[in-house]
Design a protein around this ligand. Structure first.
Ligand code: KIV
Length: 247
């Protein structure tokens, strides 16, 4: 059985799926040891590793490098890898890049951002037997400025579009759907309707699983610090301060 088969079996047996980002072998190994189901090599590495303002300048070579690092640290967790912006604009580039990651054992699942304009590409990848996670709602690769970082699905038009695209992904055979910053009621409706697992970040509880960026969890974040991460940040600060005092 593959890692992905195991993951989907656990989901059917009632396991709530946890998905946390990692960009290196040590964190990946740690997450796996702690029982995290999906290790995500996210293009959030643009912000948290490279220090950029967005995910937009992550290259395919960079994501491949970090996927190599992460898969060196994992044995059984499902490794999901983002296709970065502009690396899946056509059916053939999407397929070629996905296969490079899958065939070199650098990914069990490929995540792509899905909008109404690239559904044909999603369908093509599924037809080519690429295990796909459809990312819907807030799509960081398309966000142009700060105002794009908001809840999605508040208007009827936007809610219908997200819902229909999620149902499309489910019906054609996407393995997982990831909802980012989607209105809670809409996210739950999607999770209740889809047969594949629906996991979320900033989309409320009551889904099939939750996603987190490791640096947010640790409180070392470029993003908004929540009360949880603030608490964790204090712990890390204490460890560092204790070390400095000893030197
Ligand atoms: O790149 C990433 O870390 C992501 C999560 C925010 C879902 O896509």
């Amino acid at each position: 059985m593959t890692a992905l088969d195991n993951l989907l079996k656990s989901y059917r047996n009632g396991t709530a799926l946890s998905c946390v980002t990692a960009y290196d072998a040590s964190i990946a190994k740690y997450l796996e040891t702690q029982g995290v189901n999906i290790v995500l090599v996210g293009d959030s590495l643009g912000q948290v590793i490279k220090g950029d303002k967005s995910t937009h300048n992550v290259s395919f070579e960079e994501i491949t490098y970090h996927a190599k690092c992460v898969t060196s640290g994992t044995k059984k967790a499902t490794v999901m890898v983002d296709l970065p912006k502009n690396t899946y604009n056509t059916k053939s580039t999407a397929c070629k890049n996905s296969k490079k990651l899958i065939n070199n054992n650098l990914a069990d699942l490929i995540k792509i951002e899905v909008n109404s304009d690239n559904l044909d590409i999603v369908k093509y990848l599924v037809q080519k037997n690429i295990p796909i996670c459809g990312h819907l709602g807030l799509l960081p690769q398309s966000v142009k400025n700060k105002s794009g970082f908001r809840k999605y699905g508040k208007t009827k038009k936007e809610a219908n579009s997200i819902y229909n695209n999620a149902i499309f992904c489910d019906e054609i055979g996407a393995k997982i759907i990831l909802l980012e910053c989607v209105e809670v009621a809409l996210a739950r409706k999607i999770a209740n309707t889809c047969s594949c697992p629906v996991i979320g970040i900033g989309s409320g509880l009551g889904l099939d699983g939750q996603v987190a960026v490791i640096y947010d969890l640790l409180g070392i974040s470029f993003n908004k610090i929540t009360s949880l991460t603030k608490k964790n940040e204090k712990v890390i600060n204490k460890v560092i301060q204790a070390f400095i005092k000893k030197t």
